[in-house]
Ligand binder design. Structure first.
Ligand SMILES: Nc1nc2c(ncn2[C@@H]2O[C@H](COP(=O)(O)OP(=O)(O)OP(=O)(O)O)[C@@H](O)[C@H]2O)c(=O)[nH]1
Ligand SMILES: [Zn+2]
Length: 214
């Protein structure tokens, strides 16, 4: 599933409004608007907003949704900063089972799971924690799993220009569990392969083997 690159440098792409400082609402303003929206939601479901347990709920829920969507306030350049290093290695690097929490853009309920990211360096490596931060950058938004998978792969491809990138996401969608079709055990697996991971079956096999093995 190859898609065009998303360098996340402040332009609009893939339907996502990217972080652009002048566009960003202050956290305080966001908090106020969201709290008011959650107050309406609580009223609309027929609850009593004035009862003790719910008094602070609009604000708590607002803070939670701000956290769940914090990816809109970040960008790739700031995240990676100085953590690209010259290194004379061409062996595969794999970071697997990175926990991921996102929100399905159709129902705004969570989907969650794990992400495995591999790449074949070409004279440059990235700080390992930055791979997990890239997963956060794109997962903390309203998403579909396929786009999330592609965005992670494109980000690494654009930053490192490696010989190849592979990303596998395995997730459970609460919109298929708690509602709708109510399939509790189904998992969705999506992958994005770039460069040698796409063109060389041996590289792809090694990657998939390493994901399963450890
Ligand atoms: N491809 C893809 N589909 C998703 C993802 N998250 C949710 N969906 C699907 O988006 C679809 C939305 O379909 P609709 O028919 O408009 O919504 P709905 O009536 O709530 O659908 P049901 O979930 O079948 O009840 C559903 O089939 C969801 O399973 C995702 O990450 N990727
Ligand atoms: Zn959904």
């Amino acid at each position: 599933m190859e898609q065009s690159g998303d360098t996340d440098t402040g332009k609009q792409s893939n339907g996502h409004k990217e972080a652009k400082k002048e566009d960003l609402k202050t956290t305080e303003c966001k908090l106020k608007e969201l709290s008011s929206a959650y107050l309406s939601i609580i009223e609309s479901i027929g609850e009593d907003c004035s009862r003790q347990g719910l008094l602070k709920t609009p604000e708590r829920a607002a803070k939670a949704i701000i956290h769940f969507t914090k990816g809109y306030d970040e960008n790739l350049t700031d995240i990676v900063k100085d953590a690209i290093f010259d290194e004379d290695t061409d062996e595969m690097v794999l970071v697997k089972d990175i926990e991921m929490f996102s929100l399905c853009e159709h129902h705004m309920v969570p989907f969650m799971g794990k992400v495995s990211v591999g790449y074949l360096p070409s004279k440059k490596v990235i700080g390992l924690s930055k791979i997990a931060r890239i997963v956060e950058l794109y997962s903390r938004r309203l998403q579909v799993q396929e786009r999330l998978t592609n965005q992670i792969a494109d980000a690494l491809q654009n930053i490192l220009n490696p010989r190849g990138v592979g990303v596998v996401v395995e997730a459970t969608h609460m919109c298929m569990v708690m509602r709708g079709v109510e399939k509790f055990n189904s998992k969705t697996v999506s992958s994005s392969m770039r460069g040698e991971f796409r063109n060389n079956p041996k590289t792809r096999e090694e990657f998939l083997h390493l994901i399963k093995k450890f």
